[in-house]
Design a protein around this ligand. Structure first.
Ligand code: SF4
Length: 481
């Protein structure tokens, strides 16, 4: 519950030439959990690309008047949390260039590993960047390739050779084309639904549900899908090597979404069941940390026979804790966000289920909150194995030294003491792989096992680890870092 979100994208092509601004808006509302920093919508009305973007939630950025002004039957949208770039309007998506193809607008989800090298390369070629955002880089590289060829599939295949990292893109052109593509590893999710009326692309299937469009399938890693007046064309333009982010199943995606491995809800229930098998606890009650951990707590309860209760009540009307930048604000925020139910907790042995531990500071506060509410014992069970290494593919886990798993060298007993829990049990890697159910060869678990699917990320992680280890040697206590 300490992590930060990535981004969400949405794209729609109406075959019946219906206005699409409202379906885009609804789709963005459905995937708002993927980013609350900024939002934006672009549409094409046959002549002009209309664009509205701004800071804040979709409902704060896009007004009813905006929806009326965003004319057109093809559209894309974005909700963003900055893993690269800054929290400013300059970096809000979608990004737009006026040429080629009478204009290109792009919404991006993911993170580029070779951001700096590409930025330098573009600057040397006379294409300076206006933002600090990797979305602009992808757009400029795409524009560069589309300046050389009219063939969109060829252009994206060349682009895929130049980019390293995670990227799911939806692109709208001034010729009324809608393009969607996914990086060859398929780190981030991208699916589509198609019927006689329209075709929709979205980061998660919940954005299709809200528009009453059935999920057709997932965009394949390395695949490009082009939707035009002539119809729909699909091509694999890069050799794919699936490595879906395990965190989408553990935490990011909505439980009612269907990803490459199937139902997120089912995976989370299995995560809880596997956790109960590997790390049982003598307890009176199982308490989920709302909201992500509910299905896993249900699974833990089913497997262990210990009843599940809502011992922590979430205040839905405060800002999410992890979008507040400073630790001090985060510490205060947990009390505002979660209120313990004393009647459930008093005198009980409590198993509290959470999805992951990043820094450890939130979990530490959580244990204290439960004990202050009268819990006799607090047994912490975590559905994700220990996070020991940063992510370079779009999840805001940026350095080794912030990770309690790394700082304590994976020593669970040491982490338990810091958290103040009576016992601590993490999911095993085998339990995680089993719960997701598509085989470890199809998953990225680099933040757990340092096996980075791309060479640039592996190199950066090695250098960062060396630096962090040296830094830690100089410090006596981890919290000085
Ligand atoms: S490093 Fe971790 S968070 Fe990042 S993509 Fe891989 S599994 Fe997901």
């Amino acid at each position: 519950m300490e992590k930060r979100e990535e981004c969400g994208v949405f794209g729609i092509y109406s075959f019946r030439k219906d206005e699409v601004s409202l379906p885009v808006y609804n789709g963005l509302i459905a995937i708002q959990h993927r980013g609350q920093d900024s939002a934006g919508i672009a549409t094409f009305d046959g002549r002009t690309i209309h664009l509205k973007k701004g800071m804040g939630l979709t409902s704060e950025v896009i007004s009813e008047d905006d929806l009326l002004a965003l004319k057109g039957s093809v559209g894309i949208g974005s909700v963003r949390y900055p893993t690269v770039g800054t929290s400013s309007l300059r970096d809000a998506q979608p990004f737009k260039v006026d040429l080629p193809r009478e204009g290109i607008t792009l919404a991006h989800n993911g993170n580029l590993v070779n951001f700096v090298a590409l930025k330098d390369e573009l600057a040397r070629g006379g294409t300076p960047l206006l933002s600090q955002c990797d979305s602009e880089i992808i757009l400029k590289v795409l524009a560069d390739e589309l300046n050389r060829t009219e063939d969109i599939f060829l252009a994206v295949s060349k682009l895929m050779k130049r980019l390293e990292g995670a990227y799911c893109e939806v692109v709208l052109t001034g010729r009324g084309e809608l393009i969607a593509f996914r990086d060859p590893h398929g780190f981030r999710p991208l699916c589509f639904g198609r019927n006689d009326d329209c075709m929709i692309f979205a980061s998660e299937s919940v954005a299709l549900d809200i528009n009453d469009v059935e999920l057709t399938e997932q965009v394949k890693p390395g695949e490009v899908i082009l939707v035009t007046e002539k119809g729909v064309e699909r091509r694999l333009v890069a050799k794919s090597s699936r490595r879906h982010c395990m965190f989408e199943y553990v935490y990011f995606s909505r439980p009612d979404s269907i990803l490459d491995a199937g139902s997120v809800y089912d995976s989370r229930v299995r995560l809880g069941m596997n956790l109960a098998k590997s790390h049982p606890a003598k307890a009176d009650v199982v308490v989920p940390v709302p909201d992500t951990s509910r299905p896993a707590a249900e699974g833990f309860s089913r497997e262990s026979g210990v009843r599940i209760e809502e011992g922590l009540i979430k205040n839905r009307y405060i800002m999410r804790t992890f979008i507040m930048p400073e630790q001090r604000i985060r510490d205060e925020a947990i009390k505002k966000k979660l209120n313990p139910l004393k009647t459930i907790l008093k005198g009980k042995r409590v198993v509290v289920i959470d999805d992951s531990i990043v820094r450890g500071t939130t979990t530490n506060k959580l244990v204290k909150l439960l004990k202050d509410a009268g819990a006799k014992e607090v047994h912490v069970r975590i559905t994700c194995p220990p996070i020991i290494s940063p992510c370079f593919y779009g999840v805001d886990i940026s350095s080794h030294s912030e990770l309690i798993g790394f700082r304590c060298n994976g020593n669970v007993e040491e982490i338990r003491k810091i958290l103040g829990a009576d016992s601590l049990g993490y999911q095993t890697i085998d339990g995680l792989v089993d719960a997701i159910g598509i085989g470890k060869e199809n998953l990225c678990m680099a933040c757990l096992n340092e096996d980075y699917p791309t060479p640039g990320a592996a190199k950066i992680a090695k250098e960062m680890k060396k630096k962090s280890s040296e830094e830690m040697k100089e410090k006596k206590r981890y919290w000085e870092l």
